[in-house]
Every structure is written in C-alpha cells, then in structure tokens.
Ligand binder design. Structure first.
Ligand SMILES: Nc1ncnc2c1ncn2[C@@H]1O[C@H](COP(=O)(O)OP(=O)(O)OP(=O)(O)O)[C@@H](O)[C@H]1O
Length: 271
C-alpha cells in the first residue's frame, strides 16, 4: 500500500436506477500507477459504476472522490474511453483532428492550432503509437487503430485516471494484446492510473494488479490474488465456485452447476 493519496476512492457506494438497486455497497481505492480491472457479466453494473465515477449518475448512498474531491470538480483529471464508438468512413475527420478535439472539443467554434496544441496532439499520438495513421480519416481505420485514436483523444489532456469501458470487446487476439501492452506502457511511463472494464479478466492478467469483481451489483475488491479466491467469489455469487489456474489463465467455475447460472459464469470466465 502506498502513502500517496488515492486518485480514486469509492466508499460504500450504492446506486439505484429506475427504482431498482443496481450497485450495492461498493468500496475500493486506486493509487497512481495501478491498473484495476472491473470484471462482470452483462448487466452486473460495470457501466453504471463508471458513469457514477464520472459524475453522470448520482449515488443513493456512499462517496466517490477523485483526488479528494467530488467527480464533477475534477473532470480534467479523468480521461474516458466509452464503449462502442463508430465513425462513418466519409466523416472528414483525421485522427489528429479527433485527438485535437480532446483538448477543447466541448467548446463551440473551430479549434485553433498553435505550437502548444500541435505538441500536445503529437505527444498523445506518439503515446499510443498512432503516428503512422495520424493524417488518415478515423472512419477508414481498423478497429484496433480507431481504439488507439480514441485513447489518444482521452490522453491529450494528460489525465491522471484513464477509464476505458470494454476496450477489448471488438478486438481480435493480436489487437487486444497490443492494447494491453499499451496500457502497461502508459502506467509504467506516466504513472497513470487505469480502470478498465471487461467480461473476461484473462487478457488483462499481464498488467492488472487490482480487481473489482462485480456480480449483480455487489463487488469483491482488492489485489488480484486476494479477490480471485474460491471463498471470496463463492460468497459473492451466493453458491460454491472453484478458481482454476491453468496455462497462465484463470477460470471461475461453479462447483454445483445445478445451482448456478453456468452460462453467465462461463461468460465471465471468458469461454
Ligand atoms: N437508466 C436505467 N434505468 C433502469 N435500469 C438501468 C438503467 N441503466 C441500466 N440499468 C440496469 O442496470 C443494470 C446494470 O447495467 P449496466 O449497463 O451497468 O451493466 P454492465 O455490467 O455494464 O453490462 P454490459 O456488460 O452488458 O454492458 C442492468 O440490469 C440494466 O438493465
């Protein structure tokens, strides 16, 4: 545990939407240089948690602090890469224009370029390895290249916390591995804190050191080795599960399939 102040501190967070309880008593801290995987099956509450951290949804109870303040006060400290962005191939927007919009795209009017903006955009493009397609239209890029462009857009204001919602979902094996490597590099080089959601924790194993494991709005949180334990996860699921480690992969499987939603467990384990 580091003595530095947590960049993100979530305590006893509960969120209701449409009269339903979606998140219940979620608590975790993230410090500079940590990568936390937010793992859960469809509907577990991952996006709801991210939107609450961004200050877009209000909690029923509990607190969210970003560098000691409420999320709305610290928007500039957070870079956000949403799920599923698609660009029309005919959109007249180069990769570097998209990244430029990350600096002040929320303001009306055409963005102006100057030495400072050129330098910031070049640095963000370089950080994600997007120099080669910086002048191509974003809509013409591959899925993996678009993902890098959107991450550069989030990075250009030098956030301290980078939040990515399901960034691996539409990538092939090679592109997913390349993105995981990139996240590891950003943490090592910039002491950034990264929170990334996924259904399957396995692709993130090389870089993740913390885990928020969500099941039906409740979370087990902490170091990976603490959370991925049969006792911890059995309590969370409400029925016995086993944790199998094989070939560098982690599989979470029900002990008593007749009592478990096997399809959901398998999805969470990445089958
Ligand atoms: N505005 C809303 N009003 C009511 N219920 C909502 C609302 N938004 C989400 N929900 C419900 O909250 C639950 C959690 O949804 P959320 O999108 O956070 O899950 P998720 O883990 O991100 O799922 P996925 O992996 O499918 O994206 C779901 O049951 C969903 O139907």
């Amino acid at each position: 545990m580091t003595n530095q102040r947590a960049i993100l501190a979530v305590a006893d967070l509960s969120v209701d939407l449409g009269g339903r309880s979606i998140l219940r008593d979620v608590s975790f801290d993230l410090h500079p240089g940590q990568l936390c995987a937010l793992i859960g099956e469809n509907g577990a509450g991952k996006t709801t948690l991210l939107r609450t951290l961004l200050g877009l949804i209000s909690q029923r109870t509990g607190t969210v602090m970003i560098d000691g303040e409420a999320p709305r006060k610290h928007r500039a400290l957070v870079g956000y890469v949403p799920q599923k962005i698609t660009f029309d191939p005919d959109l007249p927007l180069r990769t570097r224009d998209l990244v430029r919009l990350g600096l002040d795209g929320h303001r009306l009017g055409l963005p102006l370029w100057n030495t400072r903006t050129h330098a910031a955009v070049d640095a963000a493009l370089q950080a994600v390895g997007a120099e080669d397609f910086a002048d191509r239209r974003v809509g013409e890029l591959s899925g993996g290249q678009q993902q890098r462009a959107v991450i550069a857009h989030a990075l250009v204001r030098k956030p301290r916390l980078l939040i990515l919602d399901e960034p691996l979902a539409n990538l092939d094996f090679g592109s997913a591995n390349a993105l995981v490597d990139l996240l590891g590099k950003l943490i090592a080089q910039q002491q950034m804190t990264v929170l990334v959601t996924a259904h399957d924790m396995n692709p993130l194993i090389p870089v993740m050191d913390r885990l928020v494991y969500l099941v039906d709005g409740r979370a087990a949180t902490g170091k990976v080795a603490e959370v991925v334990q049969p006792e911890v996860l059995s309590k969370l699921y409400g029925y016995p599960v086993s944790v199998l480690r094989h070939g560098g992969r982690i599989l979470v499987l029900p002990d008593a399939p007749e009592n478990a939603d096997v399809a959901n467990l398998n999805r969470c384990a990445g089958h």
